[in-house]
Design a binder for this molecule. Structure first.
Ligand code: ZN
Length: 876
């Protein structure tokens, strides 16, 4: 099932979009399921677009065609042509019914796209993954999201081996068959694109809960998992109920089927999938249990449960016209999830997490050879466009629109969007039109954000005129060129701001409000604020009101003022980030230590402030990641960045003081609870941060703390935090702790993933030897995406000093693994290959080694997925 197709297929272009010549009104699908082979019988009720005169063309990949008939008449070989993954039939009449029977091979499907086996032949189960173009691996169909069809699905299988049979839609009967087989039928009343089709068959257990929607529908919520982990689904069930209530309240959206299934699998290429009525989840975003799940993972489960559920409206009821519109559902749904998570937890912590992710994952994408607009204009392999740009930047664009309209205006706009587009395959233009129309505002200027790649640089300059008692803020924007887009247009950039007086009080602005949004929509613009008594300190881009890089020549003491007094939690953190970054640059360039002193002293003062949320404090004490620091440099030397960042943190630790850190650690340990409430989570987050700082100052003490914490830990959060400190600091206790962890969690895949990941993070040159050793571990396999991500992904994408060895061994090793992985699972290989992103900005020695490794890969026979990534990487 590997896809070593054409090496350089011609790209698909947005400009070439044409409506489908043929629609499918109804499909009757029958499956005879088996692990080695399954048979799929399909009956398509076809409708021709009277305006077009094209033969019927259906997608189909790797299908063994057993029978084909048109309107009941079997077709012989002259009646159709199946070539290059397209089935073509001439002279089909409008209203015809095409019947096909095909054989497919689930157990041989290592790409995990289409119908495949999760787990072992003996105990595993069958499931499907169709987004983006997996349905063509199941049966012949116009595999494009603008063909919406009503599904009737009948599943047949051995009752003993496959006691549970599920498909999307409402159940419509089930029963016994001869020879120990049985059947079940599902009817989905809502027309849907084929990427939302799903089925599941196997031995699964369930948790069930009755839910009544705000509009009075009884819905059976059913979560399915393999028997050994079904008890780990209670948290997800609660989260699902919270998500459903939230969507009713926040957007007036109710669920629309009688049953909602959710299934967990350990073999999944992505996070989860919103198939209509049958969500399928990567187990790591569904299973949760106090002994093996960290606080961050609990929040991730809630977020992904929310995300997939919210797709029922933003994605399923209103879907995408074509894959270029992917952000229409993904950006919007990420935004809805962010709002949900903020409401369930702390809004500022959520914002900090999300912006940190944007900077770590999306900014580098936008700055490198893989840069693409939120709405790309062409692709070769659509699976390569499930990116941080489409998801995370896409969400930021929705956030800007929501900010522009205000909460009520946005809700009005969303209501109209759902109303006008329900049951349709829509475009981003449809989205902006509905939001604008509901508010009498022309949002068309924001479309430019969707078409232009690259992160805008926003520079600001303040001028205080004491005589006129006015403050003038001048803003300027510039977007650097990206591949294929040398010239950039100015974009509308909403800047939410406040002004602080030198004592840290907010000044009244327009009509007494203390916050205001100004929109920069040209290259440069000045904004005047009258009646300002003293030179103010501006707090800009509050809440990160636009996805840009801001340059403002703050004096370190001004940043300290914001860090201490800003009422916007996000901007307090941002001030700390700015200070840390300046301290870093001072150190790098050997230019004094003004920022370092202000940063360290301000944080040392805040460290003792009893009223500060410990979780926020933990974030304030964390400087930008190595990836972010590298982003702003040329001739990047990841080893040097790692060393400098360590020094920076050691300086911070020493300003807070070893005694204060140790004392705080003891106090937090004394209060420790295993509860999941926000306060307990916040304490654990700070405890971890304090330990990480202390180990840089006084390793023996911190390592002893960590070893004791590892022994006693009542939560996975505490256990993993202490293990990470031991392993990364090269503590003498690390080896034994790793061995004990391994024994304790030997049978738990998700816990073992963390065991691999924590070791893949050891800094510097030793990382590669460790990765090689772990590869030989009996529990390692290239066939499981989570395991690959845990070991190779963590090392190559999350451990710059470990991956970027100066001898280039890291690059060659990764290239070799990519070639191997590509033969099994092209999607996972292509994603892992993005570890090479940014190679052009490395210092010359590493740059040449990385280039050679990527070029060597490009010469091999690769999947379309990997070929596209590698090709773009070399072009940029
Ligand atoms: Zn999504």
């Amino acid at each position: 099932m590997t896809a070593r197709d054409e090496q350089t297929p011609s790209p698909i272009r947005l400009a070439d979009y044409r409506p489908p010549a043929w629609a499918v009104e109804r499909i009757e699908l029958e499956f005879d399921l088996g692990i080695d082979t399954s048979e799929v019988h399909s009956r398509l009720h076809l409708r021709r677009d009277p305006a077009q005169d094209a033969p019927l063309r259906l997608d189909g990949e790797g299908l063994e065609l057993l029978a084909i008939a048109l309107d009941g008449q079997p077709l012989d070989a002259s009646g159709y042509c199946y070539r290059d993954n397209v089935l073509e039939i001439d002279r089909v009449a409008d209203g015809s019914v095409l019947e096909t029977r095909v054989r497919i091979r689930p157990a041989a499907n290592t790409a995990l796209e289409g119908l495949y086996l999760s787990g072992s032949r003996e105990r595993g189960f069958l499931l499907t993954q169709c987004e983006a173009e997996g349905f063509r691996h199941i049966t012949f169909f116009p595999d494009r999201p603008d063909v919406l069809t009503r599904y009737t699905v009948t599943l047949r299988a051995d009752r003993e081996r496959f006691p549970v049979l599920l498909a999307g839609g409402n159940p419509d009967g089930a029963g016994a068959l001869p020879d120990g087989r049985h059947w079940a039928r599902f009817v989905d009343p809502y027309p849907k694109p084929c990427y939302l089709f799903a089925l599941v068959a196997g031995r699964l257990e369930k948790l069930e809960r009755d839910y009544v929607t705000a509009d009075g529908r009884h819905v059976a919520l059913v979560i399915w998992a393999e028997p050994d982990v079904i008890e780990c689904c209670h948290y997800a069930m609660d989260a699902l109920e919270r998500a459903m209530r939230w969507d009713e309240r926040a957007y007036g959206r109710n669920f629309d089927l009688d049953v909602f299934h959710v299934v967990a699998t350990h073999d999944f290429n992505m996070g989860a999938m919103e198939n209509k009525g049958l969500n399928i989840f990567n187990a790591k975003y569904l299973l949760a249990d106090p002994d093996t799940t960290t606080d961050d993972e609990y929040r991730a489960v809630e977020a992904v449960i929310g995300h997939e559920y919210f797709h029922n409206w933003s994605g399923n009821r209103v879907t995408c016209r074509d894959w270029f519109q992917l952000s229409l559902k993904e950006g919007l749904t990420v935004f809805r999830e962010q709002q949900f998570s903020a409401d369930m937890n702390s809004p500022s912590l959520k914002r900090i997490d999300d912006v940190a992710l944007l900077r770590r994952a999306q900014f580098p994408e936008d700055a490198g050879p893989l840069a693409h607009p939120v709405r790309p204009s062409q692709y070769s392999e659509i699976n390569n466009f499930y990116t941080a740009t489409v998801y995370e930047k896409g969400s930021e664009l929705v956030r800007m629109l929501a900010g522009r309209l205000g909460p009520e205006g946005f809700r009005r706009g969303m209501d109209l969007y759902f109303e006008r587009n329900d049951g349709r395959a829509a475009t981003l233009e449809d989205f902006l039109a509905a939001l604008g129309l509901a508010n009498g505002i022309d949002l068309a200027p924001y479309l430019a954000w969707y078409g232009q790649a690259g992160t805008p640089r926003l520079s600001g300059e303040g001028h205080y005129d004491a005589a006129a008692r006015s403050y003038t803020l001048t803003l300027r924007q510039h977007t650097p060129p990206t591949p294929g887009q040398p010239d950039k247009q100015p974009l509308p950039i909403p800047v939410k701001l406040a002004l602080f007086d030198p004592d840290g009080r907010m000044l009244p602005l327009h009509e007494g409000a203390t916050e205001q949004v100004v929109v920069l929509d040209t290259q440069e613009q000045s904004f005047v604020f009258p009646g300002v008594e003293r030179a103010p300190v501006p707090s800009l881009l509050r809440g990160f009101s636009a996805p840009v890089v801001l340059d403002y020549a703050y004096a370190p003491v001004e940043l300290a003022l914001l860090l201490t007094h800003d009422t916007d939690g996000f901007n307090r953190w941002e001030a700390a980030q700015q200070l840390a970054w300046r301290a870093y640059m001072e150190m790098r360039d050997g230019r004094g230590h003004e920022a370092l002193t202000v940063w360290g002293d301000t944080l040392a003062r805040l460290f003792d402030q009893a009223t500060l949320d410990p979780a926020l404090l933990a974030d304030l004490l964390t400087p930008p990641s190595e990836v972010e620091l590298a982003e702003r440099e040329t001739d990047v030397d990841p080893a040097r960045i790692h060393a400098l960042r360590q020094t920076l943190q050691r300086e911070l630790a020493s300003r807070v003081g070893a005694a204060a850190l140790a004392e705080r650690y003891r106090a937090l340990t004394a209060q420790a609870s295993d509860a999941l409430d926000a306060a307990s989570q916040a304490q654990r987050r700070l405890k971890r941060r304090v330990l990480e700082l202390l180990v840089l100052l006084d390793a023996p003490t911190a390592q002893a703390f960590a070893a004791a914490q590892f022994d006693r830990a009542a939560t996975m959060t505490d256990r993993l935090a202490s293990l990470a400190v031991l392993v990364r600091s090269g503590a003498p206790q690390a080896t034994e702790a790793l061995a004990r962890y391994r024994t304790r969690h030997a049978d738990n895949a998700l816990a073992l993933d963390k065991w691999f990941a924590v070791q893949a993070q050891i800094p510097g040159e030793p990382a590669l030897a460790r990765v090689r050793a772990l590869e030989a571990d009996s529990k390692f396999t290239l066939k499981n995406p989570n395991r690959v991500q845990a070991l190779l992904g963590t090392w190559a994408r999350g451990n710059p000093s470990g991956f970027h060895r100066v001898d280039g061994e890291g690059y060659r090793f990764l290239a070799a693994r990519l070639a191997e992985l590509d033969a099994l699972n092209p999607q996972v290989a292509a994603r892992l290959a993005t570890a090479f992103n940014g190679w052009q900005r490395l210092e010359p020695t590493r740059r040449e080694q990385a280039r050679a490794a990527v070029a060597g890969l490009a010469e091999q026979s690769l999947s379309r997925n990997l070929a596209e990534i590698v090709g773009n990487m070399l072009k940029g």
